[in-house]
Design a protein around this ligand. Sequence first.
Ligand code: CTP
Length: 385
Amino acid sequence: MAKILVGVSGGISAYKACELVRLFVKAEHEVVPLLTPAGEKFVSAQTLNALARRSGSGGPYPHLERADLFVIAPATANTLAKLAGGIADNLVTESALAHRGPLVLAPAMNSRMWASPATQENMRVLRERGAHVVGPEHGELGEGGSGVGRMSEPEAIFECCRQLLAVSDSLAGTRVLISAGGTREPLDSVRFLGNRSSGRMGVALAAEAARRGAEVTLVAANLAVPAPAGIELVEVDSAAALTDAVLGRDADVILMSAAVADYRPAAKESGKRHKNDQNWTVELEPTTDVLLDLGRRRHEGQLLIGFAADEGDQGLERARAKLRAKKVDLIVFNDISRPGIGFDAEENEVVLITESGEVVLSRAPKSEIAAGILDEVERLRGQGA
Ligand code: CTP
């Protein structure tokens, strides 16, 4: 049973949201209906809550609670514009801004509004951020006439949500250890040397592996995004703590997506260092290369995946060399010289490097890239790599 937020904005097709809520309830999901003020003019909160079998009271912020999926049907041009712009001025747009997880949009509007450059640009932005879009369809429109803009039928919207919620068991019984985020190496009691990794890629991998039924442990260093539900979370700060956490555990698949510091200050000052007018020279010493250690001590049947964040064609060459040097099964290369992907970004584009060849996963939200990486992991496991 999943928890689903159903947002309804103000369009004539709002009546179809009742059927959508009914389908979710029939499939034994928990539904929280949310209406915009315009949506309330078309369908009442009482009707939707009755169909969702909710008393309608809940806590003070039922719309901000964690949910597995958020679907907005109908999504009007106005609501889509607000979502693209991050405006949070009603229950639906506020929830959308707070929601972490799949977002499904079922647009519904007049065909000229749909075709307008503003709406199309908003849709491009929302798709790029990972929103799943169902419809709109060509057909009879609310104000008469026909064209593209009619909301998809509740069954089609439900099917899209069902697929997104579907839990596969392709990694059932597999222990997957993922490191994510960026380590911080203390200089004194308040300062550290760090890096720009947000942990998004590792978090997306953890969510996808859990969705495929794996037993997931996420060793997380200073994540800028929330960790997914349903996994074991081990929080660490420095490269040394991450090393202990990773080398102290066994797993069938290890994905080292964390940006682990290669160097740390050789000496940490006790307390806070106070400024003076002299230069401050810091000596750095190398840290343990966790992936290299894992490669040396790997056991039969264990899969090791390394990540290489590097620049340009020479970076790609270095990533290829790492496959052998670190004795790993797969290196995920991303080119950090290109804007908008990789470090601290929502999207990524990677090259999967294995002994048998290379596969390019073209630019997509990190959730899709994570799915592509795990497809490759499953292929390698099938080969008994
Ligand atoms: N890694 C690690 N331990 C470290 C540093 C990196 O396990 N102390 C892992 C990372 O998690 C990543 C891979 O090694 O999977 C990156 O390899 P690395 O050789 O460190 O590459 P970069 O630091 O990206 O590049 P360079 O070789 O240029 O330092």
